[in-house]
Design a protein around this ligand. Structure first.
Ligand SMILES: [Zn+2]
Length: 88
């Protein structure tokens, strides 16, 4: 069950500096990202912490494996960008 495992986020999300605007689901976990470039390593976070920070994330947990969704702002609609396995 994905909800019991650690998920990935960027330091901006971990530190609540930016909104979650990009979500990737891999076969192993979700990645919750701000959509900006990063120099630092990804962080681990509990799904419960993500949901506490942004309860609307509950609606994206049905995202299929190997898909990426993105929104322009926290009030924007999520847009499916691509299947990450089809990237090359
Ligand atoms: Zn970030």
């Amino acid at each position: 069950m994905i909800g019991s495992k650690k998920q990935i986020c960027c330091s901006h999300i971990l530190n609540k500096e930016r909104d979650i605007l990009l979500v990737v689901r891999t076969e192993e976990y979700f990645q919750f990202l701000c959509g900006e470039a990063h120099d630092d390593e990804p962080e681990l976070i509990d799904l419960n912490e993500i949901l506490a920070y942004d309860p609307s994330i509950e609606h994206v947990l049905e995202l299929k494996e190997n898909h990426l969704i993105e929104r322009e702002s926290i009030d924007g609609l999520w847009i499916l960008r691509y299947d990450i396995h089809a990237e090359d």
